[in-house]
Design a protein around this ligand. Structure first.
Ligand SMILES: Cc1ncc(COP(=O)(O)O)c(C=O)c1O
Length: 285
């Protein structure tokens, strides 16, 4: 089990993986990134992740290295780490330069690929579900740094998670400025009501999760009604089930929200069905 880091054309062991303190990723969070995992050694949904990286970069006018170079860097780093399964983080910063907010002060984009051994949440999280809480920290406004942009500036999400952890919860559930349910610090949310699978729409201001997209498709193909819909904290009592999704974790059932059981307070039949469909998808990937 190894950690390896690609920086600007070379793969390093973790203790030698360093970047300049003048890098704008360090100074300002002026970067974009993606996270996925491998399945049988290959990056899961790589095409979708690279497409989102390109959309994020475009939104902040950051010019990425060519896709072929990024793919080559990923292959090299995965090969050097040689893990059974890996966590994979692809980062592109705007580069280094003088202390100056002006993006024009950056020298050139810096590509970093970090690979480490894959670690899933404890099996208990999947079998028994987790507790989450609705936090006071709001999801960023779309007219600030749009939550669709997966940028290196995650301080807001970090504070949301810290607030959730303080209440003993596993993950935060953030609302937008109007109070609508939005997403987690590093996850999207799904809820079940009257047998239908509900999830907040993109225009609430959330990350367009690759897993979210996959789950909506799989649930639909499994014959479940799927709706993107505005939801509010007051709706929570009407949900019979809930779960959260992300590329690394897949699907994690949510059994309490703000210490109140969701439905029966155990992973429910719809969640179990969607988890089985996702497991089959991973098996076939
Ligand atoms: C804010 C946020 N929402 C949702 C997700 C889940 O996205 P994906 O399914 O693409 O991993 C992430 C992933 O890290 C995230 O950071």
């Amino acid at each position: 089990m190894a950690t390896k880091v690609y920086i600007d054309g070379r793969v390093y062991p973790p203790e030698e993986a360093t970047v300049s303190v003048f890098d704008r990723g360090f100074l300002y969070g002026d970067s974009v990134y993606e996270v996925t995992r491998t399945v049988r050694g290959r990056p899961l949904e790589l095409g979708a992740h690279l497409a989102r990286l390109e959309r994020s970069a475009e939104a902040i006018a950051l010019v990425l290295p060519p896709r072929a170079e990024i793919v080559r860097a990923i292959d090299e780093t995965l090969a050097a780490a040689a893990n059974a399964e890996s966590y994979l983080r692809i980062m592109v910063t705007r580069g280094a330069g003088p202390i100056n907010l002006d993006p024009a002060a950056a020298d050139r984009p810096r590509l970093i690929v970090l690979v480490k051994a894959m670690e899933l949440p404890p099996t208990k999280a999947y079998s028994d579900g987790v507790a989450v809480c609705i936090v006071g920290v709001q999801r960023n406004l779309r007219r600030a740094v749009d939550p669709r942009v997966k940028s290196g500036n995650y301080l807001n999400n970090l504070l949301a998670l810290a607030e959730a952890k303080q209440s003993g919860a596993y993950e935060a559930l953030m609302c937008d400025f109007q109070g609508r349910l939005a997403e987690g610090s590093t996850s999207n949310y799904f809820f079940v009501r009257d047998g239908a699978v509900l999830t907040p729409p993109l225009d609430v201001g959330i990350l367009e999760g690759i897993t979210r997209h996959r789950i909506m498709d799989l649930a639909h193909k499994a014959g479940l009604p799927v709706h993107e819909m505005e939801l509010w904290p007051r709706d929570v009592k009407s949900f019979s089930e809930a779960f959260l999704t992300s590329s690394v974790r897949g699907i994690v059932p949510v059994v309490t929200i703000d210490a109140t059981p969701v439905g029966a307070g155990v992973p429910g039949p719809v969640t179990t069905r969607v988890m089985a469909a996702y497991a089959a998808f991973l098996e076939a990937s």
